[in-house]
Structure formats: C-alpha cells, structure tokens
Design a protein around this ligand. Structure first.
Ligand code: ZN
Length: 306
C-alpha cells in the first residue's frame, strides 16, 4: 500500500488531529481505532482511512492535510456546487432554504444588527436568509477572494479579512464548516473572533452517530472524505465548543438532505437533479428513521460567546 506525501510526513500513529482530541467521555486523549479505507471523493489524495474514538465516537480522516484549500480550488466540490443558472434544482433549494431559515430564526430568536455566515459556500442560503432579515446586515464569508454569484453586490468578506472585524457581529453562523479542517480549535477561533461577547453562535455539522451511517456505511454522504476532516458526535461537538468557552444553550437534531447524494454514491454516479428528486421522495423515510433512532443526519448547537 503506497502512502501519500502528507501521510509520509507523519509516519507514526500520533497524527496531529488525534493528538489534539481530548475525549469527551474518558477525559484523556481519544482512543482511535481504524474504520477501514474510504472512497477518495476528490480523486486527489489516494488512500483514505477514517479512525474513530471507541469512547466518544469522534472520528478523523487520514492522512492529515495541513492546508485543505487545494481541495476546493475551483468551487467544484459537491458542498459548493453552484446553482446559479436557474432551473428546477435551484428553485427547489430556494424553497427548502426558506423553510430552513424560518426554523433557524425560531431557534435563535432576534438575530441582531450584524450577522455573519462563516463558510457561506454557494451563498444561496445566505441570500435567502438575508432576504428574510431586512433589519440585519448579513455578511457571507469564505476563503475565495470573489463572492459567490448569489452574493454578488451583497455583503461578502474574505475569511482572512474577518480578523480585523473582531467582536463586531451579534450572530455568527457556521453551517457544515467545522468538519472541513484538521485543526478544529484553530478554525473555531477564526469563527468565534468576529463574534462580540454575548453574541449568538450557531454551529452545525454532520452527526457521525447518524442512523444512516450504520445502514449505508462508507456510502453515507456525510463520509464526504477527504473534504470532511473531522466527524463529530453530539458529545464531541459540545465538549469542543464548551472547551473554547462557549455557553451551549441548545442542541438541535437536523435532518439534512443527504439521502439523494447517498443513493448517487451507491450507484457510483455524481449528484444531479434525478438524485435530488429521489432524495426528496425518500425524505419522509429518512425523517422517520432519524426520529425513531434519535440520531439525526446533523447536529446544530446554539451557543453564546461569553
Ligand atoms: Zn473520544
């Protein structure tokens, strides 16, 4: 088995991600065991292994990648799939995002004067949410220099520029961001720096304990490796956020639309409108399974920066 160059620089088992994880259950370093090899969805890394803690279920993707930006060179990864050409797919997502935005606003209450969507991706959700908040300045941010087409002419800041906007946002959101970097603590600091004291912080990530993980194994779409670097359980996420000084107010179960893409993975095909529609058709079944097991696709934490 050949080792990738990134792996070769960390030849023993003390990978940096693993060494950094203090277990939410044992209160010692997490005790990682291999979950085997996984499909390289980028085609750029080669052999990929997922290792999971036997106590808190937090998992990490190996080999380590210190700078993940090469994976997203041209906004082509599935998470960032732009939908700006119009059509049915975009219309469906607009409807879904409006429903998600209403739900989010019920969970957080008043968003305040300035809000930040850290890691805004395509910007479609940011735009939809912004349209529902006429009294709030909503800024999207990502590590691309130009804004996504959805946010052209609207609020957008390069993530490097956020350091100069410390303590200035009343609401900071990071949807499906924290799982994208090896250095969770460092990324979390960058997310939290723009938030003022007392600000509401929303962090949502896939749930590694999700019921569908057991059914679909490595085809389950949240095993989106190598893009997803850390895989959180409720316990590991809450422990990490509290460890950075956040006051966790609520932990919500989120049924994210992953079923269509999971089916596409099983069929060995790339995601398109057909799989999106199949995912919608299967949504009631997905929701039922997650309600029955109490293990949703994603976990959303609402917290306060102290
Ligand atoms: Zn652990």
């Amino acid at each position: 088995m050949s080792l990738s160059p990134q792996r070769a620089s960390f030849p023993d088992s003390q990978e940096p991600q693993e060494a950094a994880m203090l277990c939410a259950v044992s209160k010692k370093p997490c005790d990682f065991v291999s979950r085997g090899s996984f499909l390289d969805r980028s085609g750029m890394v080669g052999n990929i292994e997922v290792r999971q803690c036997r106590h808190c279920n937090h998992a990490v993707t190996q080999p380590p990648i210190a700078d993940v930006s090469f994976l997203y060179g041209d906004r082509e990864s599935q998470d960032y799939q732009p939908d700006t050409k119009g059509g049915i797919s975009r219309a469906i997502k607009n409807i879904a995002f409006r429903a998600q935005a209403r739900k989010l606003l019920r969970q957080i209450g008043t968003p305040g004067r300035r809000a930040l969507d850290f890691g805004c991706g395509s910007g479609q959700f940011t735009r939809v949410l912004g349209e529902m908040l006429p009294g709030t300045e909503l800024v999207g941010s990502d590590f691309f220099h130009s804004p996504p087409a959805e946010l052209a002419g609207k609020g957008y800041t390069h993530s490097d520029a956020l350091a100069s906007q410390a303590d200035s946002f009343d609401l900071v959101m990071a949807f499906h961001v924290l799982e994208h970097d090896d250095d969770v603590a460092g990324l979390l600091d960058r997310i939290l720096t723009p938030a003022r004291r007392g600000a509401t912080v929303v962090v949502e990530v896939p749930n590694v304990e999700c019921a569908w993980n057991k059914v679909f194994g490595r085809f389950w779409d949240a095993w989106y490796v190598p893009f997803h670097r850390n895989h959180f359980s409720r316990r590991s996420l809450v422990s990490i956020l509290e460890g950075r000084g956040l006051n966790v107010r609520a932990v919500h179960s989120i049924t994210a639309p992953t079923m269509g893409r999971t089916m596409a993975n099983l069929a060995g095909q790339t995601n398109n409108l057909f799989w999106l529609l199949l995912g919608i058709a299967l949504h009631p079944l997905q929701l039922l399974g997650e309600k029955m097991t109490g293990q949703p696709t994603a976990i959303r934490v609402i917290a306060t920066k102290q």
